[in-house]
Write a protein that binds this ligand. Structure first.
Ligand SMILES: *Cc1c(COP(=O)(O)O)cnc(C)c1O
Length: 433
């Protein structure tokens, strides 16, 4: 860090995420953020190319969200959610229910709040197991997909593909689950169908990240693949959990990835997990949303039929107020059109990377642009981005952009230019050993 490093910045007491602390460089001190820009303690600014882990969809410090938070802070920053009710959560639940994809058979109508994506996944897994138990069946296994990622807590980890490397250290603990290839080709579809037929009696649910697998490598599939998974789950009477924690709220071009794409209609899951952009990136909040069929299995005259879960800070009023304000912005501002414009620009401006030695693939979906390299050490490129005034955080073999939707053309061009330049420089030294 430069001499301007603030006195509080030390690693004596803070343990960083996904970091070998023995040789961790000091993180960059951020003192404020506005729009797409992060301001550092030494006065530099960085354009954020990844929206703070895909959360800040409206950019930072949006005045409408700030005003909603300030008003809520005055009235009621927090109150417990059992026995007491507050307006922001009840309004938010009703708004989510009306926005989420649904069809004649399935409506995602019942919202259970929590505070992080991983916990929303834990809740979905528990709901799926208890759904069957409440109907007199013992089904406690899950089928997940290769390259899938669903969170860092133990249950969510168990349905995260071990090959992603997120849980090598606790592998001894992990509950074994079944991992399948995403059923894209005919042979994969037949194999997936056979798997469900063979395991349906103890499988509670299939869990999938619709259209985009995020932390497992930013891999895309299409709505037809998702529709096949939905239909297979129906054929074999297994629940489907859609983890829209990354894809929800516009990132793939639709408000929700389960709403389908241009070529194929939607696929409504039985349970959906939301978090990340739910509050527009301002406060932690998550939701697990169940269809009426799932919800009804918990309605009973017996107490043990109830869902026994209740995070202390669930449905925090400030977080719910931020989420309602974020939904206002999706209603009032042309967010999905902005995503479409970002998509077109990413296509155009990342395409030249395709010709560079060492680049394996360039792909774009919605406001996500990915350049895949022929090395698992893409994280070594991180400092080069900061030098160019942008915040981009490559991982594994992936350099990706997932900017705030409000980014303008010039700032997005700075991001894509940085990606092309950094990769071109790296590429000159290719092949690396
Ligand atoms: C980030 C993410 C999670 C975990 O959310 P946290 O809030 O980090 O616990 C789960 N699933 C997907 C698809 C994610 O992108």
């Amino acid at each position: 860090m430069s001499p301007a490093a603030p006195p509080w910045l030390s690693l004596d007491h803070v343990w960083l995420p996904y970091t070998q602390m023995a040789n961790a460089p000091l993180p960059l001190p951020v003192v404020s953020a506005d729009g797409v820009r992060l301001e550092l303690a030494d006065g530099r600014t960085l354009i954020d190319g990844i929206s703070s882990w895909w959360t800040a969809c409206h950019g930072y410090s949006h005045p409408h969200i700030r005003a909603a938070l300030a008003a809520q802070l005055d009235r009621l920053p927090h109150v417990m959610f059992a026995g007491l009710a507050h307006e922001p959560a009840y309004t938010l639940a009703a708004r989510l229910a009306s926005l989420l994809p649904g069809d004649n058979e399935r409506q995602l109508n019942h919202v259970f709040f929590s505070e992080s994506g991983s916990v929303a996944v834990e809740i979905a897994l528990k709901m799926a197991v208890q759904f069957w138990r409440n109907r007199g069946q013992d089904r406690h296994r899950f089928i997940a997909f290769s390259h899938g990622y669903h969170g860092d807590t133990l249950g969510a980890l168990s349905v995260t593909d071990p090959a992603t490397g997120f849980h090598d250290a606790v592998a001894a603990w992990r509950v074994p689950q079944t991992f399948a290839a995403l059923p894209r080709t005919e042979p994969e579809r037949a194999a997936f169908d056979h798997l469900l037929a063979a395991q349906r009696h103890d499988t509670a649910a299939v869990i999938v990240e619709p259209l985009v697998q995020g932390a497992g490598g930013m891999r895309f599939h299409d709505a037809a693949t998702l529709a096949f998974i939905r239909a297979a789950c129906d054929r074999h009477d297994v629940l489907l959990i859609a983890d829209e924690i990354m894809t929800g709220f516009g990132r793939t071009g639709r408000l929700f990835a389960c709403a389908g794409d241009d070529k194929c209609g939607g696929s409504v899951p039985d349970l959906m997990c939301l978090s990340k952009a739910l509050t527009g990136g301002t406060l932690p909040l998550a939701a697990t949303v169940a269809t009426t069929r799932v919800f009804d299995a918990f309605r009973s005259t017996r107490n043990e039929g109830a869902f026994m879960h209740g995070p202390t800070f669930m449905a925090n009023p400030l977080a719910c107020a931020a989420a309602n304000a974020s939904l206002d912005l999706f209603e009032r501002e042309p967010r999905l059109a902005q995503v479409a414009a970002i998509e077109a620009q990413l296509h155009r401006e990342l395409a030249p990377c395709r010709a560079l030695p060492g680049v394996v693939d360039v792909r774009v979906k919605g406001a996500i642009g990915v350049v895949q390299l022929d090395t698992m050490a893409a994280s070594a490129l991180r400092p080069a981005f900061v030098e160019r005034g942008v915040w981009v955080r490559p991982f594994g073999n992936i350099v990706y952009l997932a900017p705030p939707f409000i980014i303008d053309k010039a700032d997005l061009a700075r991001l894509t230019t940085a990606v092309c330049e950094v990769i071109a420089t790296w590429s000159k030294g290719f092949p690396h050993d």
